[in-house]
Write a protein that binds this ligand. Structure first.
Ligand code: ADP
Length: 627
């Protein structure tokens, strides 16, 4: 038997390992199962190049929990180690690796920025164990070795009688980590970290019912057998070629990833690149609706099929963190902080690639089946609109597939829309006017007025739409977006014929004075000669002010330095309406006041602005009028 000190030149790192990353102690299992997987894959490689002359067989990795003995065993059938190799790889390589890792990160231990805490390796076993044994037999014709270390730098190394190839790690679980002896805890961890690792992982057994033989008698009772409980899928969909996979395969994989999710994904994007970096994965567009918050953190990051994290911030462009799925790349540096990631050139390339790939796929889906794309538009628009706002590369490509639906569900691309509107919808300066509504119910009467005149009205109802419109206008100087209720329609869109006013200038002055006497200060009165059929009173909210207000509310508040902006409304009065003449000609002041107030309230109702006390007063006044 050999005994020795692992490395006399260093202080005892074991207490450090224990303290380190306290909340992430569970990663020990991932690290050890990864080592077993690597050892198995290495053996496979050695056999394939003729270096190892042994049978590969069907190797698995087995996890056993011995609750009474307070032990966890991790057993692989990989290439194993000779005593010399244990000395070299465990006492030296692994140790200095762990040491280096700790040295680098001990100050940032609480900074969960180090993604998935990769790199601690074998010695992470001491996060949960007070003593660790390695019993290992190399594929080479040499005796097995038995290494023991009790969490001090002293170790023992002696021959062992193991005859089968591979390595068994035995963890003697420390008193403060006994939770890891629960089967449910271990299967939970295996499911989280090892669900798609490339070598089958066995944890316990399960009972399987055998099929009924063909000529079985009526009263035949199905036989059952105990079989290995393999917890992982060693060949997950993302490791295959897109040509090997059907739609159904993609959907099945989605169910495998999110077993509790019953809704099907809208479509998927298979990522597959090996130059200049290596990246595979499948992204899914879930049904999103308009809520941007709830869906984050659904993309899982893997490295060679080992789960790392579900926080892909900094790796995937932010607008795509609303998607679901898997990304697997050995080229994402995992032992850097989040802020370090953003500065990393390789990561930037990966992020750009994902953006481009998503844009290309959306374009293809749009071109292949536009009707289907339109049907899904409402569930994906928030991601795409957000992408247009936040990623210029995406914005450039978005013209090919981003849609602008009308209130009657006709879908245009921006180019189609421009083509359609250029005859009929321009303003005084010849700019194309895109009329839109933010809410079909609230702006119903305005939408109807515009439609009666033969105009197209879009329905743009995303919470970030004001920001997007602002950006689009900035890029298309010949284009202006106005909400249907932002001014009287004839002011928004140029008309050839001018309606003649029935009132003289003097009468208009008088009317204005009478109106202003009864109308709150928040409204500025605007007299317009419209055709007599148009509504007599209309409340409008100037586009610019409303849009700025919305933008400051939905993020970027300070950006405009406007703080809390006041509501501003215009009251547009049709001077050619009978009501206007009526108000003008009513001598009795209280009758005149009633007329104005009633008309104002009706206009407010149509803008959804009549509430509370005012609504009560309106209802009372209306009853008085009809009794
Ligand atoms: P890493 O896996 O990153 O190299 P580890 O500290 O986990 O670092 O392991 C150090 C070395 O110990 C490995 O590179 C490998 O040579 C050896 N090793 C660890 N576990 C096993 C195992 N189960 N079978 C064979 N060799 C192993």
């Amino acid at each position: 038997m050999t005994t020795g000190k692992i490395n006399v030149s260093v202080e005892n790192i074991f207490p450090l390992i224990k303290k380190f990353l306290y909340s992430d102690h569970e990663i020990f299992l991932r690290e050890l199962v990864s080592n077993g997987t690597d050892a198995t894959l290495k053996l496979k490689h050695l056999i394939s190049i003729g270096e190892a002359k042994v049978e590969y067989g069907n190797p698995i990795i087995e996890i056993k929990v011995d609750k009474e003995g307070k032990k966890i065993h991790i057993i692989d059938q990989g290439l194993g180690m000779t005593a010399d190799e244990v000395e070299k790889y465990i006492n030296q390589v692994a140790f200095s690796g762990a040491e280096e890792f700790l040295d680098k990160y001990k100050d940032s231990a609480k900074d969960s920025g180090i993604i998935g805490h990769f790199g601690l390796g074998f010695y992470s076993a001491f996060m949960v164990a007070e003593k660790v044994e390695i019993i290992t037999k190399s594929y080479k014709d040499e005796p097995a070795a038995h290494w023991t270390c009790d969490g001090s730098p002293e170790f023992t190394l002696e021959p062992a009688d193991k005859t089968s190839r591979g390595t068994e790690i035995i963890l003697h679980i420390a008193e403060d980590s006994l939770e890891f002896l629960e089967d449910s805890k271990i299967s939970g961890l295996l499911n989280k970290y090892n669900k798609f690792m490339p070598i089958p992982i066995k944890f316990g057994t399960k009972t399987e019912t055998l099929p009924k033989p063909e000529n079985a008698p009526e009263d035949y009772i199905n036989e059952t057998v105990e079989i290995d409980n393999i917890i992982n899928n060693p060949n997950p969909a993302w490791t295959k070629q897109p040509t090997e996979l059907s739609d159904e395969d993609y959907k099945n994989f989605y169910r495998e990833l999110y077993p509790m999710q019953f809704e099907e994904p809208l479509f998927n994007i298979h990522l597959n690149v090996d130059y200049p970096f290596n990246l595979t994965g499948i992204l899914y567009f879930p049904k999103l609706g308009s809520d941007m918050q709830i869906q984050k953190d659904k993309i899982q990051l893997y490295q060679n099929q080992v789960y790392v994290t579900d926080n892909v911030e900094g790796i995937v462009p932010e607008f795509l963190t609303m998607l679901k799925g898997v990304i697997d790349s050995p080229d994402i540096p995992l032992n850097v902080s989040r802020s370090g990631l953003q500065a990393d050139g390789a990561v930037k390339k990966i992020s750009n690639y994902i953006t481009r790939k998503v844009a290309d796929k959306l374009k293809a889906l749009f071109n292949e089946n536009r009707a289907d794309f339109e049907a899904k538009w409402n569930d994906i628009k928030i991601v795409l609109e957000y992408g247009m706002l936040s990623e210029d590369k995406f914005y450039e490509k978005a013209g090919a597939f981003v849609l602008y639906p009308t209130v009657d569900d006709t879908y245009f691309t921006l180019e189609e829309l421009k083509e359609k509107l250029k005859e009929n919808q321009t303003d005084k300066d010849g700019k194309l006017v895109i009329l839109y509504a933010g809410n079909k119910d609230a702006q119903h009467s305005y939408i109807e007025t515009a439609k009666d005149k033969g105009y197209e009205v879009l329905l743009l109802d995303s919470p970030i739409i004001s920001h997007l419109i602002q950006k689009i206008e900035g890029d298309n100087s010949g284009l202006t977006f106005v909400r249907v209720d932002s001014d009287h329609i004839d002011n928004l869109i140029k008309k050839d014929e001018n309606t003649i006013s029935k009132l003289s200038d003097e009468e208009k002055e008088t009317l204005k004075t009478s109106l202003e006497a009864y109308i709150p200060k928040a409204y500025s009165v605007q007299l317009e000669a419209m055709d007599s059929q148009a509504a007599p009173f209309i409340i409008t909210q100037p586009e610019f002010m409303r849009r700025m207000k919305e933008m400051s509310q939905s993020g970027g508040g300070g950006m405009f330095g406007m703080g809390n902006m006041p509501e501003m409304y215009n009251l547009v009065v049709n001077t050619n309406s009978d009501l206007a003449s009526n108000i003008l000609n009513t001598e009795d002041k209280s009758t005149q006041e009633n007329l104005v107030k009633q008309a104002l309230d009706l206009a407010k109702l149509s803008q959804n602005l009549l509430k509370g006390e005012e609504l009560t007063a309106f209802v009372k006044r209306s009853f008085d009028l009809i009794k």
